[in-house]
Design a protein around this ligand. Structure first.
Ligand SMILES: [Zn+2]
Length: 266
């Protein structure tokens, strides 16, 4: 099994396990998750695997094949513990800024809005994207460069850590609040919540209501970036609701800027 196949198997296993656990808890009934929501997730999975992955791999292959010739496997000798922190931090740093700009800049917001129009958080929201958003994700670009340079284990570890944290922070289950209440765990979580993104802070990013924080909590994993840049809010609360006011045309949700419709119902 190649390392790319291993990543695929782990991602699929985590995703399907989450879906099953959430379905058993009643989080995927037609009332909580409509066919529209399911369709968005299916479109996002298709765009990421059938479009973004091959397109980015092709472009990186062309760039390094024509411009940076002779670089194939060039960093394969670099120790994992030297390369991994650098690559992981670079991915997190780039994603923090892409995500922050997508909330601050109007034209980027419409590429990211689809992810936020989800009325519930669950595993399907992991892939709920405008199809062009998948082309912007720094993980895909940096991952393709890592593979080209021979940093296979680094690519796998960075992608899998981010995927698992992303999965654990989009689930409706507030495991963080449950663990925090265990004896001796409150001080641990008081520190952890400032370093790593937890459901508390990511739910606040998707939330609506007094404990929400849509203009912040941007990091996938390294919440310390939000602490550093002053965009952090740690409510230690459940969110009242999720989603966005208004409802948008599904074609615009998936294909903006090719399709421009605006809000269809307030
Ligand atoms: Zn966001």
């Amino acid at each position: 099994m190649t390392i790319e196949q291993l990543v695929g198997v782990v991602v699929l296993s985590v995703f399907l396990s989450m879906l099953l656990l959430e379905a058993l808890g009643g989080h995927h009934s037609q009332r909580t998750n409509t066919w529209r929501d399911r369709g968005f997730a299916l479109a996002g999975i298709s765009a990421q695997t059938l479009m973004a992955g091959p397109v980015v791999a092709l472009l990186i292959g062309l760039l390094f094949g024509k411009v940076f010739t002779g670089t194939e496997g060039a960093l394969a000798h670099v120790a994992f513990w030297v390369a991994f922190p650098l690559v992981f931090f670079l991915q997190e740093f780039c994603h923090y800024w892409l995500h922050r700009w997508s909330h601050e800049k109007r034209w980027l917001w419409k590429l990211h809005r689809t992810h936020h129009s989800a009325p519930q958080l669950n595993a399907l929201v992991l892939y709920r994207y405008n199809i062009f958003w998948t082309l912007l994700l720094p993980q895909t670009w940096i991952g393709a460069i890592c593979v080209h340079l021979g940093l296979y284990e680094v690519f796998a570890a960075a992608i899998l850590i981010e995927f698992v944290v992303n999965a654990l922070t989009h689930t409706p289950y507030r495991w963080d609040l449950a663990l925090r209440r265990l004896p001796g765990m409150t001080p641990v979580f008081n520190v952890l919540e400032k370093i790593i993104t937890l459901p508390d802070t990511h739910h606040a990013h998707h939330g609506l209501g007094q404990h929400a924080h849509a203009r912040g909590n941007y990091a996938i994993t390294l919440f310390c970036l939000d602490m550093l840049y002053g965009t952090a809010k740690i409510p230690r609360e459940r969110q009242e609701r999720f989603g966005l006011p208004g409802r948008f045309d599904w074609r615009e949700e998936l294909f903006w800027p090719l399709v421009r419709k605006g809000a269809i119902r307030k």
